[in-house]
Design a protein around this ligand. Structure first.
Ligand code: HSE
Length: 435
């Protein structure tokens, strides 16, 4: 029976997951691929030994031992980050190896260089695990949705942020408290910056947009806001307004230009994405032929992510066996068909907004605020004032009708300068029911 040899760089959570999946599913994979997928070697800086059941796997500290081993067919990069991951991936491609990676930061920044190098050497780059952990979202775009113009992408793509917002919603506790708890439980990274600032979500949206629209885009081009400024009060007010606050990735295809943004969003409770709880991810596509598709599952974790990496390995193994490397283009569109597209400037977006102002409870404050909003042609839908204080500030919440982002920016700049405003204004965009 044909054997495909895999070299794994990085034996952290996902690396261990891949080893476990290849081990526990080996008979199933033989039945499904007609091949033995053999984890031949692991390279890791800190691992000193492998579990006993991997007695046929060699362990080294030197990734190049795997990259330069002519016996190895596929290199799996699971160390994450930019360097040395980028160097290892490019060296593996140069050595004629197929590559599988879960590294969304690397692909969303240097994807063009990596895919061009792979095309030149006629090797494959699999990256299913880079978006949505165990959810087969990349394969859905490349294959299941191939006969669609993708009209929009919307999703919850970061489990840590969704876990934090879910617990804030359920328990009414502060962001910092949940974050500490999440780190203690191992949900959040020791440095959770990318997760809570929306950068990890932007990495993933960049990858999905590249594939959905056939356009090169890096995460730097995506307007990104995180969740650190959300207070329990905003969560409670969202509930009163019939919404939940979620960190959403949003992209709409307007033909000659495309929206690309990541920010906390008030999602109506009736919307499917409002019900995505805890560390789960969900990605919604709208296709012109299929209509709405929602993919839901575990966006992180050892076994779910290991499952996605193993799926890429099997895909490549099948293509090696059937001599059909790159039968399906890695980025869904043929490299010659990729076209740059204009990103819609945030200032040109329209939608309803939630503003939370912290104001001195004095006569005339609301009229000044309303006057500025009216000057910028922003129409108020409702106003909520919480509490009453003779001395000190109170929250004043304003929900608007459809407004233009540039007008909102201008109005909030002016409102922030009022003497009666005592803290930065919190602005959250509201998702409309029909979205
Ligand atoms: N840090 C990511 C998350 C998992 O919290 O969803 C890997 O993409």
């Amino acid at each position: 029976m044909k054997e495909i040899k895999v070299g794994l760089i990085g034996f952290g959570t996902v690396g261990k997951g891949l080893a476990e999946v290849l081990y526990s599913q080996r008979e199933r994979l033989v039945k499904r691929s007609g091949m033995t997928i053999h984890l031949a070697g692991v390279a890791d800086n800190s691992a000193t030994e492998l579990p006993e059941k991997f007695d046929d796997v060699t362990l080294t500290k030197d990734a190049r031992e795997l990259i330069n081993n002519p016996e190895i067919d596929i290199i799996v990069e699971l160390i994450g980050g930019m360097e040395p991951a980028k160097t290892f991936v490019l060296e593996a491609i140069a050595a004629g190896k197929h590559v599988v990676t879960a590294n969304k930061a690397l692909l969303s920044q240097h994807g063009a260089e990596i895919f061009a190098a792979a095309a030149k050497k006629n090797v494959e780059v699999g990256f299913e695990a880079s978006v949505g952990g165990g959810i087969p979202v990349i394969k859905a775009l490349k294959e299941g949705l191939v006969a669609n113009k993708i009209l929009s992408i919307m999703g919850i793509m970061n489990g840590t942020a969704n876990y934090i917002l879910s617990r804030m919603t359920d328990e009414g506790i502060h962001f910092e408290e949940v974050l500490k708890d999440a780190q203690r439980l191992g949900f959040a990274e020791a440095d959770p910056t990318y997760d809570i600032e929306g950068i990890d979500t932007a990495h993933k949206l960049a990858i999905l947009m590249t594939m959905a629209y056939g356009m090169p885009i890096t995460h730097n081009e995506i307007a990104t806001e995180g969740i650190a400024s959300i207070e329990p009060m905003d969560i409670e007010l969202a509930r009163e307004l019939g919404c939940r606050i979620k960190l959403l990735a949003i992209s709409r295809n307007h033909g000659d230009h495309v929206e690309a943004r990541v920010h906390p969003t008030m999602v109506p409770q009736s919307h499917l994405l409002a019900s995505i709880h805890g560390a789960y991810n969900a990605i919604h596509f709208q296709g012109d032929t299929v209509g709405n598709v929602l993919l839901y599952g575990q966006g992180a974790g050892m076994m779910p992510t290991g499952s996605a990496v193993a799926a890429d390995v099997v895909d490549i193994a099948r293509n090696i066996e059937s001599n059909s490397i790159n039968r399906v283009p890695s980025l869904s569109y043929l490299p010659t068909e990729m076209r740059p597209r204009k990103i819609t400037p945030m200032d040109e977006l329209y939608g309803p907004y939630y503003f939370r102002l912290t104001v001195l409870d004095q006569p005339g404050v609301l009229s000044k605020v309303a006057g500025i909003l009216s000057k910028y042609e922003i129409s108020i839908e409702s106003v909520i004032q919480k509490g009453r204080k003779k001395v000190g500030a109170v929250p004043l919440v304003i929900v608007t009708h459809h407004a233009k982002e540039s007008a909102v920016r201008g109005a909030l700049e002016e409102i922030s300068k009022l003497e009666s405003i005592t803290a930065p204004v919190v602005k959250i965009r509201i998702l409309e029911e029909e979205d």
